[in-house]
Design a protein around this ligand. Structure first.
Ligand SMILES: [Zn+2]
Length: 190
């Protein structure tokens, strides 16, 4: 697989930043329909040992209204689930989309995220919403650089250090079916 996050163009409209009706994806009225479909799907957080959490997810081939709706959905779940990050497979959607909290005011959905640079390493204690009541000691990089696509189809780079680096790697590993219970050491929750 290519190391670049860029998608193929839409087969219908030959564009990845516009929907098949030629609207900018974020303004497309079909986004409202897709968002409604996502709401009606009543997606719920999967808990281990659900096997879908161990699957490798497929890259998003192009940004369409459903991808935008799913990205917005993941962003919207960060607060209610008190999560620093979430990944689409945690809701049974085996597609490469994550959402992370950048700071108190900013959340960011990233489509087809790829780690392009890692620096340093340290051990941290980490939990996962799909592994409730558990905590693990795991080795994480100190600094990472992630490339991917924003929900408007533009190429984005997100740099994270310490906790944000940890969250980015955690969520990207979800896209490959990798969870803390296979890479970390169980640690008692205090
Ligand atoms: Zn997790």
């Amino acid at each position: 697989m290519s190391n670049e996050p860029f998608p193929e163009n839409c087969q219908d409209c030959d564009s990845f930043s516009r929907c098949c009706f030629g609207h900018e994806v974020l303004e497309c009225p079909r986004n409202q329909e897709a968002a409604e479909a996502v709401r009606q799907a009543k997606l719920v957080l999967l808990i281990a040992p659900d096997r879908r959490l161990r699957e490798k997810c497929s890259p998003v081939p192009f940004i369409n209204e459903t991808v935008v709706a799913l990205g917005r959905f993941l962003e919207s779940q960060l607060d209610p689930l008190e999560a620093a990050g979430l990944a689409a497979p945690q809701f049974g959607l085996l597609t490469r989309i994550i959402a992370v909290r950048i700071d108190n005011q900013t959340t960011r959905a990233i489509v087809n995220p790829v780690i392009t640079r890692e620096r340093g390493e340290h051990f941290v204690y980490e939990a996962c919403r799909s592994l409730p009541g558990r905590q693990y000691k795991v080795k994480r990089p100190k600094i990472v650089k992630v490339k991917g696509l924003g929900l408007d189809g533009s190429a984005i780079t997100v740099k994270g250090s310490d906790f944000l680096a940890q969250v980015l790697v955690h969520e990207i590993q979800h896209l490959d079916g990798i969870m803390l219970d296979t890479i970390g050491t169980p640690h008692p929750v205090v």
